[in-house]
Design a protein around this ligand. Structure first.
Ligand SMILES: Cc1ncc(COP(=O)(O)O)c(C=O)c1O
Length: 426
């Protein structure tokens, strides 16, 4: 058959697929560095609290899920925006005095990741831009690249506990800036902003009439005197899409449930438009798993004493790990940890001038893995050279072992101090 012979298959993949790359994979999974086969790998790289099995959700969360499975009431399709009862529970959980919410203001999604995608897609057209933090969570850029949105990075200031450089933020705004992405408490910084600083950010949004997507997936996960304040609590004018979920707070990232809540103070027509846009987009995925939605009325009840105790206990544990990380690594010459106000992350500054054969954070990460089998993420994957991020969820004895190995590694690679015959130190 001549016609068939002449036919060739030419299946090409889409630009969207080609443009969707994860910077973490691109920098870390180059195959260049492999762990030392003689040492057990200690992964302090993945933002998943379940890696070591020491941090588990509360029994009530599991029991509620099991009871709901056995009820056979939650096996059908929920509405694409989520069950009404689930959205009512979220609305109560995240509403603030300045921004009361109804179930219609909330849309559930497949993780906070899904909620971020819905929110960006609702606000931007290809060619529009969004302002995102540097260093910051790589998904914002990943989604934007995939959809043809432009990103502009505003600087966070390590010397000011990672506050936003407000002047820099302002300087990036142009006619096609459609939203400012704020992530508080922050991945990768572990920072938690003060009310004053959040107000400074809101002031910029107000001045230029630009809405904010406030990624608050680490809401409430703060330490000591550092109190989390939702952005929507501090404004009566700036439209806020607040992102949340159960992944981190309830220690169940695999359950894939997140949400976006639309706070649009006093301008009901605009609020309805944004809600309608997100409702339409939610039909593409049809929402998260019905069973996980079904437990929200129980686990998000602010008066549930058992859950409130669970939150306090998890924060205490994470705080002790954070303090241990800071205290231990502060003593290693060449490393400069920055205190975490919350989350499960700490950024560690790296003074490469102290080392003889470590030129940057990526080389530090690679050689540390190769020699000591400790896996950390280089700041470069978050846009911040010569820092690295530690996830401090591992049990304290594992962290201790990892930090001892880091100490050994740094001692080995540190520039040697030579005292000359004349007594000079070189
Ligand atoms: C800042 C930030 N936002 C969103 C997410 C995504 O959360 P989820 O697992 O619910 O999709 C993460 C996960 O690491 C995160 O760190």
């Amino acid at each position: 058959n001549i016609i068939m012979d002449a036919k060739t298959w030419n299946v090409v993949v889409s630009d969207a697929a080609n443009n969707t790359t994860n910077p973490i994979r691109a920098i870390v999974d180059t195959g260049r560095y492999k762990p030392n086969p003689e040492k057990v790998v200690i992964p302090l790289s993945i933002g998943d609290p379940c890696v070591f099995g020491n941090l588990n959700s509360d029994q009530l969360v599991n029991d509620t899920l099991i009871a709901n499975i056995n009820s056979n009431k939650f096996n059908g399709y929920p509405p694409s925006i989520g069950y009404e009862a689930a959205r009512a529970a979220i609305a109560k959980f995240v509403e603030t005095e300045t921004s009361p919410l109804t179930p219609a203001d909330v849309i559930t999604a497949c993780g906070a990741s899904g909620a971020i995608e819905l929110s960006l897609t609702a606000l931007l057209n290809p060619g529009d831009n969004i302002l995102i933090p540097k260093p910051g969570f790589s998904l914002y850029e990943c989604i934007s690249n995939s959809k043809g949105f432009n990103v502009k990075h505003y600087n966070l200031l390590p010397e000011k506990s990672w506050e936003i450089d407000i002047e820099h933020l302002k300087s990036l705004i142009d006619a096609r800036t459609k939203c400012i992405m704020v992530n508080n408490p922050s991945n990768p910084c572990g920072s938690n902003y003060s009310v004053e600083h959040l107000k400074e950010i809101l002031k910029v949004a107000d001045e230029y009439c630009i809405p904010i997507i406030s990624d608050e997936i680490y809401a409430g996960m703060t330490f000591g005197d550092s109190v989390f304040t939702p952005m929507a609590a501090l404004t009566k004018t700036v439209p806020i899409l607040s992102i949340g979920g159960i992944a981190k707070r309830f220690l169940v990232p695999g359950w894939r449930l997140g949400w976006v809540a639309v706070h649009h103070h006093g301008q009901f027509e605009h609020k309805q438009q944004i809600r309608k846009a997100i409702h339409s987009l939610s039909q593409l995925i049809l929402g998260p798993n019905s069973l996980v939605q079904s437990i929200l009325p129980t686990i998000l009840d602010k008066n549930n004493a058992q859950i409130n105790k669970f939150f306090v206990d998890v924060n205490k544990t994470l705080e002790s790990h954070s303090t241990f990380t800071f205290d231990t690594l502060s003593k290693v010459e060449g490393l400069a940890p920055i205190t975490s106000g919350g989350t499960m992350y700490q950024m560690i500054g790296l003074d490469t001038s102290k080392f003889e054969d470590i030129s940057d954070d990526v080389e530090f990460m690679g050689k540390l893995l190769q020699e000591e089998s400790v896996f950390v993420l280089p700041g470069t994957v978050f846009g911040m050279k010569n820092y690295f991020r530690i996830v401090f969820c591992a049990p304290l004895e594992k962290l201790d072992e990892a930090y001892k190995r880091i100490q050994v590694f740094c001692d080995k690679h540190r520039k040697k101090v030579v005292v000359t015959d004349a007594g000079d130190v070189q």
